[in-house]
Design a protein around this ligand. Structure first.
Ligand SMILES: *Cc1c(COP(=O)(O)O)cnc(C)c1O
Length: 401
């Protein structure tokens, strides 16, 4: 294990990095069983929209407790489908958080509706229920909370708010597969729950995503949207020996392949163990950094069990020379490849062009200014975790003001 020697020269100033090879912030884990599962599909009759898709959906339903799961070609496609199934259209508004990947808001725009950004809570960085309540108008059709870093948002409060105003809750759970909220699993908390299986997420299909719902009518709409708005899929038609089909509404080709889904089924075997590993890494980081004068560690509510997609530290204002930007560069030089999640969505040029202005979500914007995401993935060794701890302690000491 590498120790932060007191007074060690920072790598950015010509010192020796805490580790010799770069440690990414996220990375997939692929084993021989995954490779065998994909190879078996390549030798089979169906490369896409065959039996593996249903098997992946069933495995995800089993892992989350969701009655219906519809898999998509990406988490973004799944978000788009959920926005469609919620009935979002021109003139409608959907309230979401600025601390997310742009796709959460973009899916609202795909439907011609407008996102409305509500600020986050200062401690958890999850969407603030009071800010959501204040942002509701007669045009509000959906609320899109994100389970930021893997901690479920205030789903009960958001669901009651949505019920009182006739809106749909689409939970962006790209960070929270395997998390629990008040003893219930993510996937059973909102009208629709959206997952991503990008390689940075808990389990991967390369690209991929899914929507979970308890509502069979929503599940049917999601399924149709995935394949051009056609009411049956090619596998069903082949099974029934049927050639006619009817395109009843305008959908997309958002299908996920059997190749990807075979990988997904194989990956899901590890979900519980991988979430446990992430929790153990988070506990080690907490132990190393809690009470540090320059750092704020993540705040988790007692009634939820987070899935730890990310571990986001915040640098205290004024505690380090050059602040977060300097810490980010110094950590990269130490070969600890931290990241930042996220540039507030309304700061992007596209949203600025739609008339959104900086300053409207001051809590999220202040958090963004001070945050770094430490490496967090199930395949990290204890030595990797020690390197991150050593790197952060070295850099905070070297930059202390
Ligand atoms: C990863 C992610 C998405 C999009 O998922 P893709 O599968 O990459 O399209 C959406 N929202 C959030 C919060 C994400 O982290």
């Amino acid at each position: 294990m590498s120790e932060a020697r007191p007074g060690a020269r920072l790598a950015i100033d010509g010192g020796t990095p805490v580790r010799a090879t770069p440690l990414p912030y996220a990375r997939q884990t692929i084993d021989d069983a995954d490779i065998a599962a994909v190879t078996a599909v390549l030798r089979s009759d169906w490369l896409t929209t065959g039996p593996a898709v249903g098997a992946f959906e069933a495995a995800l339903a089993d892992a989350t407790g969701a009655p219906h799961v519809v898999a998509f070609s990406s988490g973004t496609a799944a978000l788009h489908a959920a926005a469609f199934a919620a009935g979002l259209g021109p003139g409608d508004e959907a309230i979401t958080t600025p601390l997310t990947f742009a796709a959460t808001a973009n899916c609202v725009r795909y439907q011609g509706a407008m996102p409305v950004f509500a600020d986050v809570e200062a401690d958890t960085m999850n969407i603030d229920v009071a800010a959501v309540a204040a942002a509701i108008t007669p045009r509000t059709k959906a609320i899109l909370p994100v389970d930021y870093t893997g901690q479920p948002a205030d789903l009960d409060e958001l669901m009651s708010l949505a019920r009182a105003h006739g809106c749909v809750v689409i939970e962006d759970a790209a960070h929270s597969l395997g998390a629990e909220y008040r003893g219930r699993r993510v996937g059973t908390l909102a009208d629709m729950t959206v997952f991503s299986t990008h390689p940075a997420k808990h389990v991967t299909t390369g690209e991929g995503g899914a929507v979970a719902t308890a509502d069979p009518a929503l599940a049917a709409r999601l399924r149709r949207f995935r394949t051009h708005g056609i009411a049956s899929d090619p596998h069903e038609r082949a099974t029934r020996g049927q050639w006619t089909y009817d395109m009843v509404e305008l959908g997309f080709n958002y299908r996920i392949t059997d190749i990807q889904c075979a990988l997904g089924v194989s990956q899901l075997r590890h979900l519980a163990a991988w979430v446990d590993r992430r929790r153990a890494i988070a506990a080690r980081y907490d132990q190393a950094f809690a009470g540090h004068p320059a750092l704020e560690t993540p705040v988790m509510r007692a009634d939820r069990a987070p899935a730890w997609h990310l571990y986001v530290l915040r640098v205290r204002a004024g505690a380090l020379r050059g602040g977060r930007a300097a810490a980010f560069r110094a950590l990269h030089a130490e070969n600890i490849k931290v990241n930042v999640h996220y540039v507030p969505v309304h700061w992007h040029s596209y949203y600025q062009g739609l008339g959104f202005r900086k300053g409207v979500c001051p809590v999220a914007e202040d958090a963004y200014d001070r945050m770094v995401s430490l490496p967090m993935f199930s395949g990290m060794s204890d030595a990797d975790v020690d390197d991150v701890v050593a790197g952060v302690l070295k850099v905070t000491e070297g930059l202390a003001s």
